[in-house]
Design a binder for this molecule. Structure first.
Ligand code: UD1
Ligand code: MG
Length: 456
């Protein structure tokens, strides 16, 4: 008895007005379809089949998760789509049918749907809506229409009385493989849209004495699909708000929960304080007592305990140690590893730089392909000239070195431990430790020199 998912994703998404297949549009940085697949994977589903059609190649190329693909070359309806994805489904399986453009359904809701399935029972996700326009209407028996679910009528096939029903079909179905395999074959396309309706499965199941259990989502947004960019933006805000609430409940101070975006995962320690407009991408972690100033962006960044990231800093694919002091206006590019108590000041760009404890690069510098040991002071405007026009070279600076302002360190080059480099020097050869190395011309004063005067 395995759990299997079939995700329908063959539709074009005309209303997106895009060349990109709809399910590849991104919510929180991840394709819509990726959200559904990841939720499915979290349920330990044995197999996930995605039915694709429009933009199939692009969808396959973009998604990296382990799924089985099925092709629906012509979109003849939701039941027809499911029929394309039946390979590998066995009688004994519990099958969940869902859509690739409904990204935010909770795993717990899917789980409820799965738990309800037996030989004699299937699950259907429904919701009482103020305005169910566009949704299939849930038909229940009993004189007052509140009895057991007996069928679904599509909006375009509904009578005026049926249109008044407020319970809508959210589209997600859970059912035993045996019933899915046998009942799908009986679905025809004699209806207002000439489509094979998956919703006809409900009436057929009831006719076979299968009880249809209506399951409701905890929140209405769980069942919202994306058909337009407006709906995409609306759901993005829902998702970001959910994440912001979870952060605050986890002990993080957010100066404004409406102004943080997490496009990936963010884990954190205690007493983290995040100012407005922070963007986190990929996998990020921030340690205890970290403060983050306004307008900072992080991508696969790890920030150690007690570090302050000041306004307008950008940190990418890098690790910052504890008690660091970064920014404002710092740019930490991929491959940086900063140890503890490192200070990176304003307008400093670092790339593939390994920087030891207590070292400082305070102003207007570029350090790239550099190994900087402990307690080094890199003066304002210092540049590691790492690129010769063809290849990149390394700059190595020993501990306790002092690099005077506006030095150009032409790599490959090594500065010894405790070395001092005079301001304005262009260093092309190894500078020995504990000595002052200067390459600039000696300062002279020209006696009798006069400033030019303006000609009349
Ligand atoms: C469907 C339901 C309706 C429900 C609504 C919920 C049917 C007949 N109707 O209607 O009761 O209230 O969803 O949103 O099922 N798709 C394919 N191949 C196809 C047709 C559709 O892959 O041949 C995919 C689409 O890409 C989409 C999903 O299935 O992701 C739903 O299709 P759509 O046409 O939007 O369904 P609705 O008409 O809205
Ligand atoms: Mg349709």
């Amino acid at each position: 008895m395995a759990i299997r998912l079939i995700i329908l994703a063959a539709g074009k998404g005309t209303r997106m007005k895009s060349t990109l297949p709809k399910v590849l549009h991104r919510l929180a940085g991840k394709p819509l379809l990726g959200h559904v697949i990841d939720t499915g994977l979290s349920l330990n589903a044995e197999g996930i089949t995605v039915v694709i059609g429009h933009g199939a190649d692009q969808v396959k190329q973009t998604m990296t998760q382990p799924v089985q693909w099925a092709m629906q070359t012509e979109q003849l309806g939701t039941a027809h789509a499911v029929m394309q994805g039946l390979e590998g489904i066995e009688d004994d399986d519990t099958v969940l049918l869902t859509y690739g453009d409904v990204p935010l359904t909770r795993a717990s809701t899917y789980q409820k749907m799965l738990d309800t399935v037996s030989e004699s029972q299937m699950g259907l996700l429904t919701l009482h809506m103020e305005d169910p326009t566009g949704y299939g209407r849930i038909i229940r028996d009993g004189a007052d229409g509140t009895g057991a679910v007996v069928g679904i009528v599509e909006q375009k096939d509904a009578t005026p009385e049926q249109l008044a029903i407020k319970e809508g079909n959210c589209g997600v179905i859970s059912i035993k493989g045996k019933w899915l395999l046998s009942l799908l074959k009986q679905i025809g396309n004699d209806n207002a849209q000439g489509e094979y309706y998956l919703t006809d499965l409900i009436g057929l199941a009831v006719a076979n004495n299968v009880n249809v259990e209506a399951i409701h989502p905890e929140d209405a947004w769980e069942t919202d699909g994306v058909n337009s960019r407006v709906q995409l933006a609306t759901l993005e805000r829902v998702h970001q708000n959910n994440q912001a609430m979870a952060l605050m409940e986890g002990g993080v101070t957010l100066r404004d929960p409406a102004r943080i975006d997490i496009r990936g995962t963010l884990t954190h320690g205690t007493d983290v304080d995040i100012d407005v407009n922070a963007v986190f991408e990929g996998k990020c972690h921030i340690g205890n007592n970290v403060t983050i100033g306004p307008n900072c962006t992080f991508s696969n960044a790890i920030i150690g305990d007690g570090t302050h990231i000041k306004a307008n800093s950008v940190i990418e694919d890098s690790t910052i140690g504890q008690q660091g002091d970064i920014g404002p206006f710092a740019r930490i590019r991929p491959g940086c590893e900063l140890a503890d108590s490192v200070k990176i000041g304003n307008f400093v760009e670092a790339k593939k730089a390994v920087i030891g404890n207590g070292s400082k690069v305070n102003h207007l510098s570029y350090v790239g392909d550099a190994e900087i040991a402990e307690n080094v002071n890199v003066g304002a405007g210092t540049i590691t000239c790492n690129y010769d026009g063809a290849n990149k070279h390394k700059t190595v600076i020993g501990s306790g070195a002092f690099i005077g302002s506006n030095a150009a360190l032409v790599a490959p080059v090594t500065i010894g431990e405790g070395a001092t480099i005079g301001a304005g020097s262009t260093i092309t050869k190894q500078a020995p430790g504990d000595k002052l190395t200067i390459t600039r011309a000696k300062q002279t004063t020209i006696e009798g020199w006069q400033r030019p005067t303006k000609k009349s």
